[in-house]
Design a protein around this ligand. Structure first.
Ligand code: UDX
Ligand code: ADP
Length: 468
């Protein structure tokens, strides 16, 4: 197989939350490599090419500076997928792998149809040997399926498939890419496989030390990604389980997190109790892990990981139930402010956000919701709710209003709920908010971000997760 000593042309299929920022940073750090990010979504590509950097399709701190530096120099966004594939020596697949909504594995397995379409397209249009890199999170052994599809075209060209899962977290994507704890590259351990791995190592070595670039076989790399997300999600569910216990015992979950986090074996990160984890990865990847375990007959393993999801659903429901119970068991017609819709701060991504499920629960009780999020657009909020199909689109719009001013959301409200930990929430004029609200004025802090003592001194009745 013809593997160049140095890669000069990269293409990435999929300009989403992973493909976009990752390729922008590769282009920034490797000015001699031409990086073309392609997507079938014309609107998304137009947004990536927008002269006004505020209009990029993804909000990530630091992203616009990186795009400004590299775009037009060696970073390009295009809808011409075929051309970019033909010209590239290395093709990244970074398309969506949602949970299947049909057929075998419905609601559990990863839907690989987009990945498969990419592989078919690469096989069809390629005219030279290529290294194909899985960037999307995929079930273990997907590389084999991709390889089979690539080879099935029967052309006189060769492909090597690498697994290079992305560990960036949204909201800190650029920081995570610039200072990655580690980069993982899995590939075949034969001569060409090792050469292909080395090509990708060289790219990351532009800005990361070699100790941070781990190489493994393909299967370890694929399974490491699922395992990393499962472990992180498990920590959140573990502390959330303890938060429920705290509310009954007088213990304080933040104090517990501090106390156990000081143990270097446990570590202090990912111990923040919350209204529930969201995001495009945790639930999807655990469901996928559970599905894979079951498919090998490992029922106990599957049940173990599935419990992380059960606990997360419980936490969202528990929070919503607390709001209803505290507001005298009736919230019909009551105005409730929802602060935060994104699944965490510093992103406009709402996939699997706890806010969607909490809002849906409160709307079932006929509450009138006033939603404010600093970065999420109103059409996204309505789309998230409509997608659940719980009630008609008209009713969603009648019961839920999206506002651009947080004070308007809270004015005349019976209660305020904090569902995302945006920093700006801490700095509001809470005395002014209190004056404008109905009394008794309740605050339900689903992220434990507000100063509870201050709120109480103003006159609010407060509920914090994991405090009695
Ligand atoms: C995650 C992984 O962190 C990342 O490595 C992987 O590549 C993709 O999935 P992301 O989903 O962007 O990243 O966000 P993350 O910071 O992991 O948070 C996920 C969810 O857990 C959020 O809803 C967050 O609010 C919640 N969370 C996180 C908590 O509730 N408590 C915590 O202590 C940490
Ligand atoms: P992630 O968070 O993993 O980046 P996203 O859903 O944000 O996932 O992005 C995936 C992107 O991949 C979408 O913009 C989608 O349009 C794009 N995509 C899916 N299939 C193809 C394809 N066959 N060719 C080009 N782009 C694709």
């Amino acid at each position: 197989m013809n593997i160049p000593k140095k890669i000069k042309n990269i293409c990435c299929i999929g300009a989403g939350y992973v493909g976009g920022p990752t390729m922008a940073v590769i282009a920034q750090k490797c000015p001699e490599i031409k990086v073309t990010v392609v997507d079938i979504n014309e609107q998304r590509i137009a947004a990536w090419n927008d002269k006004i950097l505020d209009n990029l399709p993804i909000y990530e701190p630091g992203l616009s500076e990186v795009v400004k530096e590299a775009r037009g120099r060696n970073l390009f966004f295009s809808t011409d997928v075929d051309k970019a594939i033909v010209e590239a020596e290395m093709v990244f697949i970074s398309v969506n792998t949602p949970t299947k909504t049909y057929g075998v594995g419905k609601g559990m397995a990863a839907d690989l149809k987009y990945v498969e379409l990419c592989a078919r397209q690469i096989a069809k249009v390629s005219t030279s040997d290529k290294i194909v890199v899985e960037k999307s999170t995929l079930p273990v052994r997907t590389a084999q399926s991709i390889k089979t599809i690539l080879d099935a075209e029967g052309k006189d060209i060769q492909f090597k498939v690498l697994s290079n899962p992305e560990f960036l977290a949204e909201g800190t994507a650029i920081e995570d890419l610039h200072h990655a704890d580690r980069v993982l590259i899995g590939g075949d351990q034969d001569v060409d496989g090792l050469k292909a791995i080395q090509c990708l190592v060289e790219i990351y070595a532009h800005w990361l030390t070699k100790e941070r670039i781990l190489t493994t076989n393909v299967w370890s790399s694929e399974l490491s990604k699922l395992t990393a997300n499962a472990f992180l999600a498990q920590r959140v569910s573990s502390i959330n389980a303890i938060s429920a216990l705290c509310e009954h015992t007088g213990a304080n979950v933040d104090e517990i997190a501090n106390a156990i986090g000081a143990d270097s074996r446990i570590g202090s990160k990912f111990l923040k109790a919350s209204v529930g984890f969201g995001g495009s990865c945790f639930q999807k990847d655990i469901l996928n892990l559970v599905y894979i375990a079951r498919s090998y007959g490992l029922e106990e393993v599957a049940d173990y990981w599935n419990q992380v999801i059960i606990l997360n659903d419980y936490q969202k429901r528990r929070f919503a139930e607390t709001v209803v119970n505290t507001l005298f068991n009736t919230i019909s017609g009551k105005k409730i402010a929802v602060l935060g819709w994104a699944f965490k701060k510093d992103t406009n991504d709402t996939r699997e956000s706890a806010a969607i499920y909490v809002a849906d629960y409160l709307l079932n009780e006929q509450a009138e919701l006033m939603v404010y999020d600093p970065k999420v657009k109103p059409e996204q909020i309505y789309a998230d709710l409509d997608y659940l199909n719980t009630r008609s689109e008209e009713e969603n719009r009648r019961l839920l209003t999206v506002v651009t001013n947080p004070y308007e959301a809270m004015d005349d409200a019976h209660a305020v709920t904090i569902l995302t930990e945006w920093d700006e929430f801490k700095n509001y004029d809470w005395k002014k908010v209190y004056r404008g609200m109905k009394k008794p004025a309740f605050v339900f802090d689903g992220r434990n971000v507000l100063e509870n003592e201050l709120l109480k001194s103003i006159g609010f009745l407060t509920f914090n997760l994991g405090r009695s």
